[in-house]
Design a protein around this ligand. Structure first.
Ligand code: SAM
Length: 365
């Protein structure tokens, strides 16, 4: 079986490792390809059919999609692959011709294998790149091709709000992908524990990527600008056994972090302190690891404060950090200056897509 997996741009390698690890644990062989046709934030996974014996002794088919939806921390969606194709030149084509090509392609696919006539369906589109048509045009075109094809077997049912089967149709530059979205309308990075919505919260998938890159070994971990607590909560949910500490300047966000930790069932695992990260030594004498997505100062007027905030924070951090730090920011120059000035060495740097921005991720010691 073939699946398309989606995640954040720039962490495909970590998602690939996670998928490999999860299937290895189940002793199922799997082949994972990162960035098929060069498309960022996507992976293709091929697995063999496999079975397990349930508690009543019955032989059952193992569902890789359910398994990944339930166990992955880095993925956003798990889509059963129906077709993957390149439409050369589609970016410059006139809308009518391009959409006709998509229609004919989808009409040729055996969609009846995936949706019974009496089941309702909907198409969720995703489009990225330069095209002379919109994602709504894609949804309409793909939807009508599926409808026409299914009409050969009875009267198809469309339900845009609560469909039984969700087809996902993606056009990224000239790569077209179609499949059944087993994740549903809410992406996996939207965690059920998020009852307090911080305006600049980190995607849980990226929080987990940062945790992986920290290569933790059981030592204490701090997020000194923890906002609503995403990194700390995700770490606690991984059953991390070391100390987990969060500092946040604003009471409102700290209370939000508490509410989120409570909803996640890990409130007793995280120590949350209202405080100022530029006075870190007032709260801790030493920490092994720090993982944090720093304020970017995107609001007008706030940006000029960032270099000083970073400089003051890293100066304090240099007095307490024993091992490694993992940071995320848009402010490349400010953070690199603060690293240099305070004796931190960059071990790893990569660019990650977050909320439409390209953000810089660093591992330092
Ligand atoms: C980008 S947000 C972190 C979001 C967090 N990772 C989450 O998922 O909710 C940065 C946070 O740093 C906090 N902050 C800014 N300056 C601070 C300081 N000097 N000390 C502690 N926290 C600070 C902000 O209030 C904000 O909540």
């Amino acid at each position: 079986m073939r699946f398309l997996l989606t995640t954040s741009q720039g962490i495909e390698d970590l998602a690939k490792k996670e998928v490999g690890r999860l299937f290895k644990h189940k002793r199922i062989s799997v082949a994972v390809e990162e960035k098929p046709f060069g498309v960022e934030g996507r992976l293709i996974v091929e697995t063999e059919e496999s079975f397990y014996i349930d508690e009543k002794g019955k032989k059952r088919e193992f569902s890789p999609a359910t398994f990944l939806n339930e166990n992955s921390r880095l993925l956003h969606r798990v889509i059963v692959g129906i077709a993957l194709s390149k439409f050369e030149g589609i970016e410059s084509q006139e809308p009518e011709r391009a959409l006709k090509e998509i229609y004919n392609f989808v009409y040729s696919l055996p969609v009846e294998k995936y949706v019974k006539v009496k089941e309702s369906f909907a198409v969720r589109p995703f489009r990225k790149g330069e095209h002379k048509f919109t994602s709504v045009d894609i949804a309409k075109t793909v939807g009508s091709a599926i409808y026409e094809r299914l009409s050969k077997y009875g009267k198809p049912r469309v339900n845009l709000d609560h469909p039984s089967v969700i087809f996902r149709a993606e056009l990224i530059d000239d790569v077209f992908f179609m499949g059944i979205d087993t994740t549903g309308d809410s992406s996996l990075h939207k965690r059920p524990w998020r009852v307090y919505d911080h305006p600049a919260h980190l995607k849980a998938s990226i929080a987990n990527a940062m945790i992986e890159l920290a290569e933790l070994d059981g030592g204490s971990v701090i997020d000194p600008m923890c906002g609503s607590g995403t990194i700390l909560i995700e770490l606690a949910l991984r059953n991390y056994e070391g100390r987990i500490i969060g500092i946040e300047k604003y009471r409102k966000h700290l209370m939000g972090a508490r509410m989120n930790a409570l909803a996640a069932g890990v409130l007793d695992r995280v120590e949350l302190i209202q405080g100022d990260a530029t006075k870190l030594t007032q709260y801790v004498d030493s920490v092994d690891f720090v993982i944090s997505n720093l304020p970017y100062g995107l609001k007008i007027g706030r940006k000029i404060l960032i270099p000083k905030l970073y400089m003051d924070f890293f100066s304090e951090l240099s007095k307490v950090l024993e091992r490694r730090g993992v940071f995320l920011t848009t402010e490349k120059r400010a953070i690199e200056n603060a690293f240099e000035e305070n004796g931190f060495r960059i071990l790893h740097h990569r660019v990650v897509g977050h909320g439409g921005l390209r953000v810089h991720l660093y591992v330092v010691e």
